[in-house]
Design a protein around this ligand. Structure first.
Ligand code: NIG
Ligand code: FE
Length: 387
């Protein structure tokens, strides 16, 4: 089956094979068998089995949200309200979600996850990474990655989110469990392993143990670091060749130099800064230094409960010094780099047919009209999703 998307007023391809021309006007494209088969002038579009008329609007690659925690139950709106009056975010709240998540049935978690996935699709995200981390027992963590794998191939085992309450007096034994039995149970359902480096979570040395065990089990590496302080996590991520280090809110000069020289992507999470009232990292400085950056949502019930990539883009422009095109690129090809995927995040020939028709003539409206629903259609693998 093929689909022609034509009458595109502005097409943002971000095709790495055509870096001089990230944006085209009066364009069309054809998706065949789930992949982009043709991109070109609107007047030359070849015939296809079906047609989506973009009616002169802008088309952009589907957003690649490379960081989310969407398998959970309960909420922590009270913590959010307290933060808005100056109470700082701490990792301690994670245990409240752990309790609610453990108490939920599989069907409850699956239904909530499905609602979240529908929500992210409606906001234009076509690739999402989903982490575990609210189970913290072998069975509950395995359940979380198993449920995540029902909705995405980008699943991440985050048993090292915080120390499980049962191990509060023996954190070493918990790290042992994560690296042993829990990893063995979760690895078959996971592509990645992640660890939260923070004063309220895990030290750099504990994280090194976890990441090395994950790597030995065949998983790729991701790291939460630098959320509340420069904590040495960036150096560890670079040392171990992690695909991505996420948050990166607090960085030293050495961290920036190390990232610039490495393939590790710095994944920035502006919705977390927004929802925790922290100051934003200087993405302009990172780009100027030669660091590859991504923008992701980090949707979770604690530090940020928004899954809106358009709002993340708007904040990245408003607060982090990016141009509109840089912010869009960070939310698409940047996210793809953070997931080591070459087939998503752009609309070059051969890429997956994942795109968004915006209710706008120009991609800059993503930041120009913050908070306004601007997704007219989400197309996933050549299929136009119901909107
Ligand atoms: O990425 N930092 C660690 N994990 C999440 C927050 C989880 C929570 O507070 O429930 C984050 O911000
Ligand atoms: Fe996170």
């Amino acid at each position: 089956m093929s689909l022609a998307v034509d009458n595109i007023g502005q097409l943002v391809t971000l095709d790495p094979a055509d870096p001089e021309r990230p944006v085209r006007v009066d364009a069309a494209l054809v998706i065949d068998d789930g992949r982009i088969a043709w991109v070109g002038d609107a007047r030359r579009a070849p015939a296809a089995d079906s047609r989506l008329d973009a009616r002169g609007r802008a088309v952009v690659p589907g957003f690649v949200d490379s960081h989310s925690h969407l398998v959970f139950a309960g909420d922590r709106a009270d913590e959010w309200e307290a933060r808005m009056t100056g109470v700082p975010y701490t990792a301690g709240g994670i245990l409240r979600t752990v309790a609610a998540t453990r108490a939920a049935t599989d069907d409850e978690l699956r239904a909530r996850l499905a609602r979240h996935v529908a929500e992210v699709r409606a906001q234009g995200s076509t690739t999402i990474e989903v982490k575990s981390g609210y189970g913290l027992t072998v069975a509950d963590e395995q359940r979380a990655v198993r449920l995540a794998a029902e909705v995405t191939p980008e699943t991440t085992f985050l048993g090292a989110h915080v120390v499980a309450p049962e191990y509060a007096d023996d954190r070493d034994a918990y790290v042992e469990l994560v690296c042993g039995e829990m990893l063995a149970a979760c690895a078959p359902h996971s592509r990645w392993i992640d660890v939260f480096i923070d004063a309220g979570a895990f030290t750099v040395d504990e994280a090194r143990r976890v990441l090395k065990a994950g790597r030995a089990a065949g998983l790729g590496l991701r790291v939460h670091a630098g959320q509340r302080a420069a904590d040495g996590g960036v150096a560890l991520a670079v040392e171990l060749g992690a695909a991505s280090v996420d948050h990166a809110t607090h960085l030293t000069g050495d961290d920036v130099d190390a990232l610039a020289a490495a393939s590790t992507v710095a994944t920035l999470l502006p919705l977390v800064e927004f929802s925790t009232r922290q100051s934003y990292p200087d993405a302009r400085h990172l780009i100027n230094a030669g660091v590859t950056i991504a923008i992701a949502s980090d949707a979770n019930p604690g530090s940020n409960y928004s899954s809106s990539m358009p709002l993340a883009i708007a904040l990245a422009v408003r607060e982090m010094g990016l141009t509109p095109l840089e912010a869009l690129a960070a939310a698409t090809v940047g996210g793809a780099a953070a997931l080591q995927r070459g087939d998503v995040g752009h609309l070059g020939v051969g890429a997956r047919g994942d795109l968004v028709v915006l209710q706008a003539p120009d991609f800059r409206w993503l930041g120009y009209r913050p908070g306004v629903p601007l997704v007219a259609h989400t197309v996933l693998g050549g299929e136009v999703l119901a909107s």
